[in-house]
Design a protein around this ligand. Sequence first.
Ligand code: GAR
Length: 334
Amino acid sequence: MINIAIFASGSGTNAENIARIFNEGSRLKVALVVTNRRKAGVIGRMEALGVPVEYVPNSVWDEAPEKVVDLMRERGIDLIVLAGFMHFVSPVIVEAFRGRILNIHPSLLPAYGGKGMYGHYVHEAVVAAGEKESGVTVHYVTEEMDKGEIVMQERVEVTPDDTPESLEAKIHPVEYSLYPRAIVKAAERIENERRQDPPAPAKPSVEKEWADVLHLNYDPTKAEVPPPVPGSQPVSGAAGASGAAPVASVRSASPAVEPMPQAWLLWSVLATVFCCTVAGIVAIIYSSQVSARYYQGDIEGSRRASRRAEAWIIASVVVGVAMSAFWLPLMLLS
Ligand code: GAR
């Protein structure tokens, strides 16, 4: 799924067209519309379609554009689509979404692009210049206004009797058919990039994390076959890379696991001894979690369970001694 955010300032006919087309399917979805105009026509159109709209004032676009980036990340936006967005898009946003922002412009760029050339002004300039053709361009947004890589273009004939209004009326339907196709093309590029993306770096192994906890210099590439891990089951017939005695743990994916500290095991045994008291039983429960969590990779949880087992064993001893001190004289006297 590719999540789209549309930035729009005006009537929003393009935004509505895009939302209607894509929100029917499951591959692309208009997840959010952002406007910089509190009364923009696009707001009502999107409310009617049930598409969430956020109003972001111009001060934020100008002075805190990173908030727009945060909003995009929060909503899981993959592609930003400008549809009549009449405000400067900060380089902060362009950088954060490089190659992920599209714009539609009502001329054959690079002609009639740049500062002051938007909406009706473009058609006025085209008609005033007596052009024989105009058109629609969809391009990627870069720091330079209307200069990014062109995704798609379509020509529209300008006749001698055309006015800016009649030209606009010819251009709009072309926009409605071109923009969705250009969005699909951009989405395909994103999907291809995703396929080629290298897998995320592997999490450090449990052994490495544990070595860090113990302040050991552990290098898995140089590690000797480690001693058997307490509680692990040797696998008969299996040998380490060095040909040493089989030590692979059935539960651990890697044989190179640092041994669990003896003290932890000791507390576990002590817990068993003092299990006759409630505190002892609680200690046993915690001590059983020590190795379970360790092998799940939850080292912090394992440590926590060890500390709790320790505390409850002490409580168990205290209760045990207190009870002996109470019962022993009575037993000797009887
Ligand atoms: C569209 O014609 C679009 O090409 C133009 O604003 C209009 C928005 O109409 N964009 C620009 O001029 C960008 N430089 P809409 O609000 O009805 O979609």
